[in-house]
Write a protein that binds this ligand. Structure first.
Ligand code: SAM
Length: 137
């Protein structure tokens, strides 16, 4: 399969063990990718999201998954920053515990998050404050 994640034809009969999402990091893109591809992930399959600490748009999609009991997840800071005094890129690994009874699924586009990519001003020196990273370590 090759092309834009939100436009490419997909074979709905496919079932994946793991999906890796790392495209343009706007909330609108990542949440629609998750809505589109998560139903193709097998139960106990892994959804790996890149740049979840650095990009607020991706972090908001992670927040929605955290609040959904069908998933368990861990977010880890990567061992580098993303420019001087910035947050690290960050990786989130999501395990799909079970499928959704709803079709297509129970993950919804959240209009209040639309347009978010990154908040540069709030990001500077916020490494310790990022809510996705365990602050007790
Ligand atoms: C952050 S980089 C990720 C690089 C990738 N992980 C790799 O190792 O090559 C984002 C890449 O995704 C592409 N991209 C952005 N939006 C996309 C979309 N909606 N569908 C497919 N690819 C997209 C960009 O052109 C860019 O090459």
């Amino acid at each position: 399969m090759q092309g834009s994640s939100l436009e490419v034809d997909i074979d709905e009969s496919l079932a994946f063990d793991m999906l890796f999402l790392d495209s343009d990091h706007h909330y609108d893109t990542i949440i629609n990718e998750i809505i589109r591809f998560e139903p193709l992930l097998k139960e106990n399959g892994l959804l790996v999201l890149h740049d979840t600490v650095y990009y607020d748009g991706v972090a908001l999609a992670v927040k929605q998954l955290m609040e959904n009991s069908r998933f368990e997840l861990v977010t880890l800071p990567s061992p580098r920053d993303h420019g001087i005094n910035t947050r690290p890129p960050g990786v989130t690994v999501v395990r799909k515990i079970r499928g959704s009874k709803d079709r297509p699924n129970d993950i919804k586009f959240c209009q209040e998050f639309s347009g978010v990519e990154i908040n540069i001003n709030e990001m500077r020196n916020q490494h310790e404050k990022n809510w996705l990273v365990d602050q007790n370590r």
